[in-house]
Design a protein around this ligand. Structure first.
Ligand code: HEC
Ligand code: HEC
Length: 215
């Protein structure tokens, strides 16, 4: 049953160039990830050296390492698979993802994501004209409308610019996003990144266990 629901969700992902598909897909929130966050916490310890430090930067090009807390766990698994199989060309993340099995990825994603962000209702500020097409999948407020679509709310502006530029230039080969990014000017990308980075509630860094330990 679960796998039927899941493949249906992935089918929607494949044809999601239809703006309308997103609305039906909201029902897919039920297809919750089954990762084990306790095991994931142990596996993700080294990840926090970058994803657990506020404003940590990737060098050359310089941009902020993405915030993962509040992201959809299913999407994190998809992203990790893309680094592992080379669909995304980032060297360090390829190395990190290559050592993870599918089960490891599900567990790590369950831990890193925590409770996924929920739509707040009213977006902050007015969306730039270029966002008209994006909202069908990423929402007005940046909360991805299915567990497979990334949430952008409160993500680092410099990272959103980097991701969109990578889809446009081919460093990321996801066909859906490559198509949308190809139509964006640099000015569009800047405006979109500014808009989505200021949405609330916001993604956050993953606090290191020592900082969050229950006392
Ligand atoms: C040396 C710093 C560093 C370490 C260590 C690291 N990451 Fe990353 N991670 C990055 C950077 C930089 C990116 C963005 C890469 C890009 O431009 O695509 C990233 C991207 C990601 C993404 C994609 C996020 C998104 O919004 O698409 C995930 C998921 C992720 N990392 C998980 C992990 C996990 C799990 C580990 C540990 C096994 C890990 N990372 C270790 C720096 C790091
Ligand atoms: C049909 C649905 C859809 C539409 C429309 C869409 N996206 Fe996406 N977006 C996705 C999916 C799916 C991914 C994950 C792709 C991957 O695996 O790399 C994504 C990834 C992204 C990412 C990378 C997030 C991260 O954490 O790395 C950004 C940024 C983004 N989209 C912005 C936009 C913007 C801006 C627009 C409008 C110009 C847009 N998207 C339109 C589905 C969509």
């Amino acid at each position: 049953m679960r796998s039927t629901v899941r493949s249906w969700a992935l089918g929607i992902l494949a044809v999601a160039a239809f703006a309308g598909a997103g609305l039906e897909a909201r029902a897919q929130d039920a297809a919750a990830p089954t990762g084990d966050p306790a095991r994931g916490a142990r596996l993700a310890y080294t990840c926090l050296g970058c994803h657990g430090i506020a404003n940590y930067k990737n060098a050359a090009p310089v941009y902020n390492v993405p915030r993962l807390r509040g992201q959809h766990a299913d999407y994190l698994v998809i992203a990790l698979q893309a680094y592992r199989n080379g669909e995304r060309s980032h060297g360090t993340m390829h190395a990190n993802a290559s050592s993870l099995s599918d089960k490891d990825m599900a567990d790590v994603a369950a831990y890193l994501s925590g409770a996924p962000l929920k739509p707040a209702g009213a977006p902050v500020g007015a969306p730039p004209p270029a966002a008209q097409v994006c909202v069908a999948c990423h929402g007005n407020d940046g909360v991805g409308i299915t567990p497979q679509y990334p949430t952008l709310s409160g993500q680092y502006e410099s990272y959103i610019v980097r991701a969109l530029t990578d889809y446009k230039k081919g460093g990321r080969k996801n066909p859906v996003m490559a198509g949308f990014a190809a139509q964006l000017t640099d000015a569009d990308i800047k405006a979109l990144a500014a808009y989505y980075s200021q949405q609330r509630p916001a993604l956050d860094i993953v606090q290191k266990p020592a900082q969050t330990a229950a006392r």
